[in-house]
Design a protein. Sequence first.
Lengths: 299, 557
Amino acid sequence: MPDVLPPNRLPDGLLLDRPLPIPSRAPLLDVRGLKKAFGGMIAIQNVDLSIAEGSVHAIIGPNGAGKTTAFNCITAFVPPTAGRIFLGGERIDGLPAHVVARHGVARTYQNVRLFPNMTALENVLVGQHRRLHATFWEAILGSGRFRREEAEARARAMEYLAFVGIPQRAGDLARHMPYGDQRRLEIARALVAGPRILMLDEPAAGMNPAEGRALVELIERIRADLGVTVVLIEHHMRVVMAVAERITVFNRGAILTEGTPGEIQADERVIEAYLGRRSGQVAAAASPEPQRQMEAGIA
Amino acid sequence: MSFNAVTSSFKVTRRRRAPLAETLQVGALAGFAAIGFALIGAYVAMDKRHVVEDTLTLSQIAFALMAIAAGYVAGRDRQGRPSGTRVVVHGAVAGLMAGLCVSALLLLMGSISLRATLVAASPMLIKALSLGAPIGSLQALVQLPALGALLGVIGGLFAAMPSRYRRALTYGFAAVLIAGLFRDVFVSVLENLPDLNGPDWEVFGPGGLNRGAALVLLVAGGLFCLLRDRWNARIDPARRARSSKAGLVLLLVGVLVLPLVTNDFVAQVAMLVALYMLMGMGLNIELGLAGLVDLGFVAFFAVGAYTVALMCSSGPLAVADVSFWVALPVAVVLAAGAGMLFGLPVLRVRGDYLAMATLGLGEIIRVLVLSDALAPYLGGSQGIIEIDHPRIFGISLQSPAALYYLALALAGVVAFISWRLQHARIGRAWLAMREDEDVAQALGIDPVASKLLAYTIGAAFAGAAGAVFAALVGSVYPHSFQLLVSINVLAILVIGGLGSLPGVLVGAIVLIGLPELLREFGEFRYLFYGIALVAMMHVRAEGLWPATTQTKENARA
């Protein structure tokens, strides 16, 4: 397995402990008829999402379109009102968040949510929770297995910090780190457990163009080197167009359209959703079906 | 707590006014504080206590500190820097003002009787405040403002001197104050040591330090501080970190030998401190690491104590008569079981609600023990008596020192377990839960399971503390398991520093040990204690010995 990997990045195979998935077009994450209502307010409705294994899939849409709500439903942050969610064919909706995580779903947050009073290294160590197995008693007695596992966990944490480009930050408290590094740390923490799918919520928010390019490069390495499928919510179109293979557009709690970056860029309705309705007549004629959905969404 | 830090809180509230008005205001503030101190009766109570034999009493020191503080604050300009003549003039004016306030009180007490409403305005207070001058004389009235002005100038000069000298003086003064205040402890130590000083030269008099010894201590404390500063400036931070480790070792050595070299009273206090340390480390797992506010902690302490009582008592209520060493693990297991049982319903609640739920649980246990239904088994309010002392190799552990070592050994074991867990997967999971429960869960941490584990382990530690408590007191009564115990343990953690193991030790010494040693001041100690706690939360909210990651980072910043 290591022979297919660039040797400079993965010196001893610690980063990856399973074979790279063969890129297939079977959906890894499959969402069917997802609906979430907060009281009487319907946040999302009729959301069908199909994320191919090994792909980078972007979700875009205006503020309040329900993108983060969809993320929260998939990661069991909030229970969905209706709909089914499958990961690799297994149904994961209705499971508690930590069980969903153990199925291989990792995420970051729109407003960075690190453990502020822990160091970067400790943050990444916490991320490894589900891959460490030393028992309570082994920890107290300091058994050989425990010490070996701890040493490995630390080495792996350092490698992931290096992977996202912040190895020098290992000993810094998360809350004292610059914003861009915090975002990178959050990605390292999510990746270190070896997820199958990584869900990034606006990873480029607050980044300048250079940082945005570095992020694009990082996402490509996550997919290529680690074999992790990436779903990202993003507003920076430059980042989205550079990195995504497919794009799903949300508007008013429903899916407006889905396609390749080229198709999305050419789509009238997308421009309209972002910039506002140019004329009701044109919009209704152009897209009767999404229009109806959107109206249902806000009803 | 440094002098500087106390006065800095004045600075915050100071409003912008004409400089002189501001100075008068500061002086009046100090004067009113002094009047309040006198009228609650603290002055007379503390006047009996000599810090320096026949020279300085504790209350005189308190008054002097108020005047010096006024001078210190007044001596600085708006930017908080001392400047030229300001130091002398404003320091003197502030001190004078403070002294005038006290003189006014003296005059008032001399002319009309305040005793009907203010019990503490007694002839004794008048006599004490006259400082040996004839009562009612002009001298008695004038000497206070004059003294105040002098002390105010000293305060001003104190503000003006370079900070390292200021710190050195503070150290020297603190050394004298601590030695004088805890005279009994030091005397008991000195009595047990071979007489190094020769028979003629005694450090302590019957009330406090002797004058010569006080002077030596003042100089020695100051020199120590100066030398240490110079030493610290020369060496790199890594070695300084090692010197902080050396401080911990020194503290541990002190803790180990203390009861051997002092009397039974001090050993008993030390035992109480060790007991609270044990409980503190249990709550540290719950609150310090996992962030679970638990106000019913005493319940598990009670479970442990009653288990040992029932198993080791030779009284009528005993269910078994086994040795303490058999009962101890049973007590720990039962307390852990109780923790798990209680944890299941309450741990799904978060934050403030959890505090309320656990508060209820703690009371349930106490009420159950008191209830008539359980009285035939647990003795109701009569409690359980005649609990055998633990024996080791056939020797009964009866002396406070022996029981202290028992408690200390258990505390050591518990500290070791805490430390190991803290640096393992589960400890990191607890910390993560404390920081952000949702995110921790999204990383695969089962919140209920890990909280329950924290709660169970904390309860087990409290059970161990309860077991030792029953063995050392020899009897258990329901009234030993009041809510106050839970609150004390909580306060120990907050004072020492949440999540910090040495913090638990320091917190227990400060919060449990000191009040016991200062028993002679009766209720006043709690008054000053409250003031000290409020001040401390302002000045050092992270605790006296904060958890390591924070200090590491602070040292770098």
